[in-house]
Ligand binder design. Structure first.
Ligand code: 4NP
Length: 158
């Protein structure tokens, strides 16, 4: 069976997208459907490449049972547009950065925004928590849990 390959994208790949990646992986594992998916995350900038996720993000995620082990990497237009079926960006800036790297329409069609999958929250972006306080990290996790559930519902039609 062909796997559905999903790439979560933010700016630095140390806060929002590695959390989305871990939460969605956690949800598909819990449902026993992990064989149907391949999940990854990356950033539109490469300044944190090779680093573990932000310690604050990891701490807040861990309190909810999510262990983030991913190391940051930058989006690779040549490889990632080809490999992934869905490329899900955290905010409008990330959507614009990804769009600017497209060459063909089929690449454009793969790009969506994470908040489009939310059912509870009405936000239009997952806000960057990097320069804020702890509430920002908790809010990111609330939004991502809502969006990941919505995404899984959509994909599994349950
Ligand atoms: P992320 O958060 O995009 O959710 O990983 C950020 C991480 C790093 C920076 C900005 C946002 N930075 O400017 O280095």
């Amino acid at each position: 069976m062909k796997k559905t390959k999903i790439l979560f994208v933010c700016l630095g790949n140390i806060c929002r997208s590695p959390s989305a990646h871990t939460i969605f992986q956690h949800m598909i594992n819990a449902r026993g459907v992990q064989e149907r998916y391949e999940i990854d995350s990356c950033g539109t900038i490469g300044v944190h490449a090779g680093e573990r996720a932000d310690a604050r993000m990891r701490k807040h995620a861990e309190k909810r049972g999510y262990i983030i082990t991913h190391r940051s990497r930058q989006f690779n237009p040549k490889l990632d547009f080809e490999k992934f079926d869905m490329i899900i960006a955290m905010d409008n800036r990330n959507v614009a950065a990804l769009r600017s790297l497209t060459i063909i329409d089929s690449e454009l069609a793969k790009i969506t925004k994470m908040t489009n999958y939310c059912n509870i929250f009405k936000e239009t972006e997952v806000p960057d928590p990097y320069y804020g306080g702890y509430e920002g990290f908790e809010y990111v996790l609330d939004l991502l849990e809502d969006a990941c559930k919505g995404l899984l519902l959509k994909l599994e039609e349950v």
